[in-house]
Ligand binder design. Structure first.
Ligand SMILES: Cc1ncc(COP(=O)(O)O)c(C=O)c1O
Length: 411
């Protein structure tokens, strides 16, 4: 027991995990080429090259790059016909941008509960929330794991409501052998620093629908239309265009992503196999025939197996050993943003998000979810074994003398 770092022993892991983001020679070469040969912005061949290659990579006909995943969501919602006061169904368990893009489009986020096994939006919940005002559904592929797209697409077809996939974390993920993003009307990606493909900041919208993409083009480019005049504005769009330098950073990553994805998959497999043998730990279950991008590693913790030792105590003990585990998202609808100020958001007046209770979202977020950072999935076998050894070291001590852990006090 005393060999646990939290009680004064040596930490199991002191070496850092692989660094992220990663600077490579092809990235440096492409930046240098772009600076010397390209317009850097409007009219850039490098941006066009990225759009074509990213669409192809994601089994989509078209891609438009923008400057963040959040703006990609806004553009896609506007192009999907979401108007003031419309409702958009989103999961209660996601990053804030899924909801804030809806509010930025003057629409109403309607939160659906998740499936505890997958951590993703529950299609049955989605179906139960559809009203005459529902104008879009946004499934989020949390941690890179595809939501149940067969069930969601059949709801979309039945009710004639478009799906915009939030694939911000799901570069290279697949559903039934097709890459995610353009499975419904369209989808979005983020290239923010932590993502599996990054330019520091950036985003993209992908789709197979040319009318939708024409509209996305306009919203991301000050309301201009293709082949229109420079000073001719048809919609309330904005300047959400990506810089050519960001495209230059991203293009070479299209050649390395597949190798990274296989590595992430291998490490996730090792973690799943070993952690599922520990009492009280359950790996997430993939929905349908999907391939996760394994952006983050998430599993579930059951405190009852450890005499009620809280997940937060487990995090502190793991951290002392040199492995950083954390809780991740809170139920989004209980964030302070959702204490609605009707002066600022009149179209949300009367929505009592604080009273909303989504049992699975709350159980997962507040008690069970254990997250590992994305760089932990990029290590070699020994790195991954260190993570497993730490889980084993900590949990076996927690089982032997739970009282000692129950007595720990943290600020
Ligand atoms: C699920 C999800 N949606 C949307 C976004 C927004 O992307 P960005 O940070 O590029 O605006 C993110 C990323 O942070 C995300 O994780």
């Amino acid at each position: 027991m005393s060999d646990l770092a939290i009680f004064g022993g040596d930490p199991l892991r002191v070496e850092p995990f692989p660094e992220w983001p990663r600077t490579t020679d092809p990235i440096l070469d492409k930046i240098s080429f772009t600076l010397q040969n390209d317009t850097w912005g409007v009219g850039s061949n490098v941006i066009n090259e990225f759009n074509v290659r990213f669409a192809e990579f994601h089994d989509a006909k078209y891609s438009i790059s923008v400057h963040s995943g959040t703006s990609a969501l806004w553009v896609a919602l506007k192009a999907a016909g979401v108007k003031a006061g419309d409702e958009v169904i989103i999961p209660g368990y996601t990053f804030i941008a899924t909801a804030s893009a809806v509010i930025l489009a003057n629409a109403v986020p309607v939160f659906a509960d998740i499936n505890l096994n997958t951590g993703n939006i529950d299609p049955a919940e989605v179906a139960s929330l559809i009203t005459k005002k529902t104008q879009a559904i946004i499934p989020v592929h949390v941690a890179g794991a595809p939501a149940d797209m067969d069930a969601l697409l059949s709801i979309s077809e039945k009710y004639g409501i478009p799906i915009i996939e939030d694939a911000a974390q799901a570069h290279g993920a697949e559903w039934n052998g097709t890459k995610v993003g353009a499975l419904g009307l369209g989808g979005i990606f983020s290239f923010q620093t932590s993502k599996n493909m990054t330019a520091g900041e950036g985003g993209a919208v992908v789709s197979n629908n040319s009318d939708f993409m024409e509209s996305c083009f306009s919203y991301h480019n000050c309301g201009r239309v293709k082949n229109g005049k420079w000073y001719e504005h048809h919609r309330l769009g904005s300047n959400l265009r990506m810089s050519a330098l960001n495209a230059a950073v991203l293009i070479p990553q299209l050649d390395t992503l597949a190798t990274d994805t296989s590595l992430r998959e291998r490490n996730r497999g090792m973690l799943d196999t070993s952690l599922s043998e520990l009492p009280g730990f359950k790996p997430m279950v993939p929905a349908g025939k999907s391939r996760s991008a394994n952006h983050l590693y998430i599993c579930r913790y059951d405190a009852a197996e450890y005499d009620g030792i809280s997940r937060e105590t487990f995090f502190k003990v793991m951290q002392a050993e040199g492995i950083f585990t954390y809780r991740g998202y809170s139920p989004l609808y209980h964030e302070p943003l959702f204490i609605i100020n009707p002066d600022e958001y009149p179209w949300l007046d009367g929505r009592d998000y604080q009273a909303l209770e989504l049992p699975n979202t709350e159980r997962f977020a507040n008690q069970e979810a254990v997250w590992l950072k994305q760089t932990y999935l990029l290590g070699n076998d020994e790195d991954t074994k260190d993570i497993i050894r730490t889980f084993e070291k900590v949990t076996s001590a927690m089982q032997k003398e739970p009282k000692k852990f129950l007595e720990l006090k943290f600020n």
